[in-house]
Design a protein around this ligand. Structure first.
Ligand SMILES: *Cc1c(COP(=O)(O)O)cnc(C)c1O
Length: 414
């Protein structure tokens, strides 16, 4: 039932069979999955998709698997929320949140990529899965790997928030906490991947893993009633998600599910780690690596693997990029919670804060339809809000004490 043709180098176009490989032997370009679009077009319809269970496997023809996945988690199909309060606050007509704070089972969009990566690792007959992670990927590989019965090696920077470490440890993987930043962890993992026959989801099976990100785009299109938004704002770490949302729109057009994609794609990064946005603003396509320093740890990749392609997509689509300070990130996390009741992690603060700037500058028009990709849950990064939230009212357990306090609470909040 597979519609996969093979792998193809993004640079020189050389073709490869489906194997756990990720770079071209000749030019070292990244490999990408290519599909048999004309056959998908003959077979896949809106009705067919809509008749299937509400999870990411409903788009299986556009995913790189040979067999139907029967025993995985019901990952995906998160809500697309039309905001009223937030849209009004920002003075924009139609503003939607793609709410991946509630992806099953580990509450970040990484469950999408890992679901696909581990299904593929099974097809390749690996018994061990591994990853280099800034946190969310660690949770996801730990959890999906536990259910699928893989041995798991998880590499993280030792400086990660304590709550993020616990949320991996509970699944009992082999957790390797490395004294170094993410880029150093990643370099180490490349060496490990050369030596051991493990499925490193974001290294040797990265071409398949990355395809899972497309499902966020598929869902946005279906949930908007089979059309693409005018604008989409995407947080960038490696830049992969941004490129795959674009790929998902173009593919859906190619196989006849939609027509006339005119979406502008916008990149959002923290100022303390903004190599992709910097290249966009400077109108160059060379990514200058940086040393990350930001509260948005899940986006703290200083040397982004897909940065070059992310810049290309932004330019090709007529979008732009913005970077935001740590204070702006925290303010936006609170704004989203206060207006829409959604508690996003720091990456969500990055996306919203960048969108606010893009609206102010006129890159996002007030009359247009915009989707913000909110990619992870705030319960995972509570430390980021230490000292930044409103305070509880401490009282003795009696009515008089409560009423004394009530007097101090502003009229509008009572
Ligand atoms: C990994 C991640 C991203 C983006 O990742 P890319 O490497 O750019 O695909 C965005 N948000 C969160 C919360 C993440 O964990």
């Amino acid at each position: 039932m597979s519609f996969v043709n093979g792998l193809k180098c993004r640079e020189c176009g050389r073709e490869y069979p489906i194997e756990p490989i990720y770079v071209c032997e000749f030019c070292f370009g990244p490999l990408e999955v290519v599909y048999d679009y004309s056959n998908i077009k003959k077979s896949l319809t809106r009705d067919k998709i809509q008749s299937r269970p509400q999870n990411l496997w409903r788009y299986r023809e556009l995913l790189p698997l040979e067999k139907e996945v029967a025993d995985a988690f019901h990952t995906g199909f998160t809500p697309l929320i039309k905001t009223d309060n937030l849209a009004k606050f920002l003075g924009i007509k139609e503003l939607y949140i793609k709410d991946d704070t509630v992806v099953y089972p580990t509450l970040s969009f990484k469950d999408r990529v890992v679901a696909v990566a581990l299904a593929k690792a099974k097809e390749f007959n690996f018994d061990t899965v591994a990853c280099a992670s800034t946190g969310n990927l660690a949770h996801s590989v730990s959890a999906h790997g536990a259910k699928a019965g893989f041995k798991r090696f998880i590499f993280i920077p030792a400086s990660l928030e304590q709550s993020k470490i616990v949320a991996s440890l509970v699944y009992e993987p082999n957790l390797i906490a490395v004294d170094g930043n993410y880029d150093e962890v990643n370099r180490l993992c490349s060496e490990v991947a050369n030596k051991y026959r493990w499925a490193f989801v974001n290294i040797n099976i990265r071409p398949f893993y990355a395809e899972g990100s497309k499902t966020q785009g598929h869902e946005i299109v279906e949930q908007l009633g089979w059309r693409t938004p005018d604008n989409v704002v995407v947080p960038c770490a490696s830049g992969s998600l941004l490129t795959k949302i674009w790929k998902s729109f173009r593919e859906m057009e190619k196989v006849g599910l939609i027509e006339g994609v005119k979406t502008k794609v916008f990149a959002a990064q923290a100022t303390g780690c903004s190599p992709i946005v910097t290249a966009i603003k400077q109108k160059i396509d060379v990514i200058k690596p940086v040393k990350p320093d930001t509260v948005a740890k899940s986006l703290a990749i200083g040397n982004p693997a897909d940065g070059f392609y992310a810049v290309q997509v932004v330019n090709e689509s007529g979008g732009f990029g913005e970077d935001v300070s740590d204070d702006e990130i925290i303010d936006s996390m609170k704004l989203l919670a206060r207006t829409e009741g959604i508690f996003a992690e720091t990456a969500g603060g990055v996306t919203l804060a960048a969108a606010i700037k893009l609206i102010k500058q006129g890159y996002i028009k007030k009359e247009s339809l915009t989707v913000l990709c909110i990619t992870g849950n705030g319960l995972k990064t509570q430390e980021a809000l230490d000292g930044c939230t409103v305070k509880p009212h401490y009282i003795k357990p009696n009515l008089a004490a409560f009423e004394e306090t009530l007097k101090k609470i502003k009229l509008k909040d009572r």
